[in-house]
Design a protein. Structure first.
Length: 259
């Protein structure tokens, strides 16, 4: 049993939880909880840390996966508190290999008769990013594409907010969002931008079979450069004095309407 926070393995987990730079350099990230452990691809799991209490209360599915994985470290309750990012931890933490899918994989989806992409520019709030991935899965969107200014996909808050969708929805981080958008257009994908200057109401449009929704930064919206690629600028009518919707809410409305 690991009983010291000075243990090198524990120090690594703590570093991965707190530092996006460490996650990038090591190609690893951390997940917490039984549900995410059970949903995580076994091939991506690098290490598992559990409490003694977890061994006695784990579900049959979790026990089977632990058995198949074959190796894990038991840690004291005191140490476990130092490697968890939640208020009420469930007793299991895992280290996984990271890495977004190549954009070329996303492009392969355009060969299908129906394809749906969510394209994000500069989304800063981890909770928003995680919620968008979770909603993308629920709304039948196959892929999320984000620029380098978007929040770190492997931020613990993002991971929790996805509720497991991070393992099921394609995600590509691209160096040039404009180049990515242009290539999608070349493949026949119709681009709809959520925009305050939109002329078409979101519910008055017949969305194409190959659709990509463009969602911009929470405070600034989409840049002029990315907006210029849009085939349609879409607006969501608002009453009262509200000037704009939360980015994740706007994305959810458009994803469901487009379906």
């Amino acid at each position: 049993m690991i009983q010291s926070t000075s243990n090198e393995k524990i120090k690594q987990v703590r570093q991965l939880l707190s530092s996006a730079k460490a996650r990038r350099e090591q190609g690893l990230f951390v997940i917490e909880g039984e549900k995410l452990f059970c949903e995580a691809p076994s091939s991506a799991i690098e290490a598992v840390y559990i409490t003694e209490d977890f061994q006695g209360k784990a579900s049959p599915e979790a026990r089977e996966k632990l058995s198949l994985f074959g190796r894990f470290d038991t840690v004291s309750d005191h140490v476990f508190q130092k490697i968890t990012d939640t208020v009420t931890p469930q007793g299991i933490v895992c280290v996984l290999k990271s890495g977004s899918a190549p954009f070329e994989e996303a492009l392969k989806k355009t060969a299908e008769n129906h394809c749906r992409f969510l394209i994000l520019e500069g989304i800063q709030d981890p909770g928003n990013l995680g919620t968008m991935l979770r909603t993308a899965e629920a709304a039948g969107y196959q892929w999320v594409i984000a620029d380098g200014k978007t929040a770190d996909l492997y931020n613990p808050k993002v991971i929790r907010s996805t509720m497991g969708a991070i393992f099921r929805v394609g995600f590509s981080s691209v160096g040039s969002l404009s180049a990515a958008v242009e290539r999608l257009k070349e493949r026949g994908v119709c681009l709809y931008a959520a925009h305050l200057k939109g002329k078409e109401n979101y519910d008055a449009i017949r969305y194409a079979d190959k659709t990509a929704l463009l969602i911009g930064n929470e405070s600034r919206g989409l840049s002029d450069e990315i907006s210029s690629f849009a085939d349609v600028l879409v607006k969501i009518p608002m009453q009262g004095k509200t000037e704009s919707l939360n980015a994740a809410v706007a994305a959810a409305i458009l994803m469901y309407q487009s379906r």
